[in-house]
Write a protein that binds this ligand. Sequence first.
Ligand code: NAD
Length: 456
Amino acid sequence: MSFAVRDPATGEVLDEVFDAGPDDGIAALDAAVAAQEAWAATPPKERADVLRRAREGMLARIEEFALLITREMGKPLAESRAEVNYAADFLQWFAEEAVRISGEYRMSPGGDFRIVTTRQPVGPCLLISPWNFPLAMIARKVGPALAAGCTAVVKPAEDTPLSCLLLAEVLTGAGLPPGVLTVLPTSRPAPLVERLLADPRLRKLSFTGSTQVGRTLLAQAAGNVLRTSMELGGNAPFLVFADADLDAAIDGALLAKLRNGGQSCVAANRFLVEEAVAEEFAARLADRMSRVRLAPGTDPGAELGPMINSRQLDRVARLVDDAVARGARVLTGGQASGPFFPATVLADVPGSALIHQEEIFGPVAPISVFKGEESALALANDTPFGLVAYLYTGDLGRAVRVSERLEAGMVGLNRGLVSNAAAPFGGVKASGLGREGGFEGISEYLSTKYLALGLT
Ligand code: NAD
């Protein structure tokens, strides 16, 4: 059995890939279990060398990777190249971390024995990724899993399995032993994943995707008390105070809104602007957004590609229509054309609009006005999500006060981009559990073993 992968800009079939079912999932887990002990015992430097060679192999084929990402996901080629570099950064970072896995040696408080800790790989992992960053979200999981000494079964999103399959090829070329990592594309994820989560040999689930699916998988993972990492949805506020550098805030807003066509968990979802500068901010943002060039991602001048599929396109259109029906004004954009949704700015968006409650996942910037710090914080935190928040202010005291009280795992202070392989990425509230990247990232794949060392 196979299924078709299509170019979202044209609908053209790019490839037919193997359509894995639950039995294939178990076969991949058999291989991961068989390979686990030897991979865990492989010297950290050798594991690091595999990741380092894979990074080089990926960068040597950057154009091939970038074109594949653009063709299966739709983003402009320049953004796909940036994604390949971002993915390569994770392989490098975790190659460097592989050799730094450490433990402790302490005297017990009574002095009668020693407390010794080591950190061991958790075991075979299931890594599930979304379509929006089809390479980087996989590298962010595969890098630390392999560095920690875990084997893995990887399930890419059904819209975008091709760049993940190419990464697996590169890892094999870099010397990854058979069975350590298996990629399972499938058009029917639910039965395959449920079967794997029910198998007690699986020891870890790392999921990036929607909060709705994350909740279902957390419930399924409870059966075997699996270690879980959950990178889920966001609803990022983008706060602009009247004392902010407005030029910087507009640049940051464009980046936080339009990177990846707004199809990002860290996309700015609600622009909250202090009354005194709200009109100017809206007019300037609308001016810049109205000049963004819509085109297929393979077009050299493209700044904004197509939406991934008609379901996403309809969702964005529904959110815009709802906001307009409740009194929002369209300053630019607002209407889909074919598979494209233009960069859109909505002003006077009321708090009751659905667009304030749901993740937009598209290039739409809804703007609302606040008066003063308390009201800004109340609006910003009025969501079940807590992935990232952006804050623009020129007042240091306010920057500290507001950053501390924002309910988010990450804060971009006078900066519209937070993602970096060296930083801990993740959320609070319904945005997830755990962190990816940074020093924290590898810990998600390690468990601490404590040895009580007697002295007699
Ligand atoms: P999604 O939840 O629909 O799918 C994510 C993955 O889960 C895909 O691989 C899909 O095949 C699989 N899946 C879907 N239903 C499943 C089920 N019933 N059982 C098992 N697996 C299932 O999300 P998406 O539309 O691919 O991605 C968009 C979402 O991902 C957004 O909510 C976005 O915020 C989130 N995301 C979060 C982060 C983060 O780091 N926090 C990063 C990127 C995307």
